[in-house]
Design a binder for this molecule. Structure first.
Ligand SMILES: Nc1ncnc2c1ncn2[C@@H]1O[C@H](COP(=O)(O)OP(=O)(O)OP(=O)(O)O)[C@@H](O)[C@H]1O
Length: 242
């Protein structure tokens, strides 16, 4: 069974097609980068997989099943700028949302849920900020809290949209170490990523996307100058580092 199987996925916004016939299968247990230029459709690809876009056509299976919004199996960390940070809630409550699907009918967090949420906050180095309003956290701290929420959910497959955007080197290291640890546990992780210089170091699997999936597979096979040229065209100026 594949972690992700996508067949002929297409998405249009206002009749403009931004994703066309994307096809990819990814085995379980990989830490996979999704890369491609700005506007290539990477966020759209994630949102379509997670059934957030009404105008999608095609077939998507996550661990052999169609995505269900209440699924506990799938954890999602959206792009930071897609989140309403004015929402009046504190960091611990955000992380507790990751436990929501695990709670009983009354949706009241148990002691165990609170403990798991606190542990998740601690694992991203944010234990001292549990009571802080999310609007009063720095960008990197917000990113850590959202990662903690996904960790508290204890999902099997994770989708993260640019988790390293605007974070400092220490936060980036914290995040990548956590993602690598998830992979060691056999989980599957998909990360929209922009920094081509760290792809080989961070990811064992790479998906190249520009309006459709251009290539996917083991990073050493896919992350080649030829494939990157195909994906980025003339816009690629970092070829010498590849
Ligand atoms: N809600 C929307 N309505 C209309 N067009 C949209 C919408 N969201 C995205 N687009 C367009 O779809 C295309 C793909 O956008 P998307 O955000 O998926 O790209 P991306 O690869 O994630 O880009 P980036 O690397 O800049 O984050 C872009 O041309 C964008 O302008």
């Amino acid at each position: 069974m594949y972690a992700l199987a996508v067949e002929n996925l297409s998405v249009a916004y206002d009749k403009k097609t931004v994703l066309e016939n994307a096809c990819v299968t990814v085995p379980q247990g990989h830490l996979a980068a999704i890369i491609g230029p700005n506007g290539a459709g990477k966020s759209t690809f994630l949102k379509a997989i997670l059934n957030q876009l009404p105008n999608k056509v095609g077939k998507v299976e996550i661990l052999g099943k169609a995505f269900e919004p209440k699924s506990l199996v799938v954890g999602y960390v959206p792009q930071r700028n897609a989140v309403d940070w004015g929402f009046p809630t504190n960091a611990l409550d955000i992380v507790l949302m990751g436990r929501y699907g695990h709670m009983g009918l009354l949706k009241r967090p148990s002691k165990q849920d609170k403990l798991i949420a606190q542990q998740a906050l601690a694992s991203v180095g944010m234990q001292d900020f549990a009571e802080r309003s999310i609007g009063q956290l720095s960008g990197g701290q917000q990113q850590r809290v959202f990662l903690a929420r996904a960790l508290a959910q204890n999902a099997d497959i994770y989708f993260l949209d640019e988790p390293f955007a605007g974070v400092d080197a220490a936060t980036e290291k914290t995040i990548i170490d956590i993602l690598k640890a998830l992979k060691v546990q056999g989980k599957s992780i998909f990360v929209v990523h922009h920094d081509l210089q760290t792809v080989k170091e961070y990811f064992d699997y790479t998906i190249l996307l520009n309006k459709t999936i251009l290539a996917s597979g083991a990073t050493e096979d896919v992350f080649t100058p030829e494939q990157l040229q195909k994906t980025y065209g003339g816009k690629l100026f970092m070829m010498q580092h590849v």
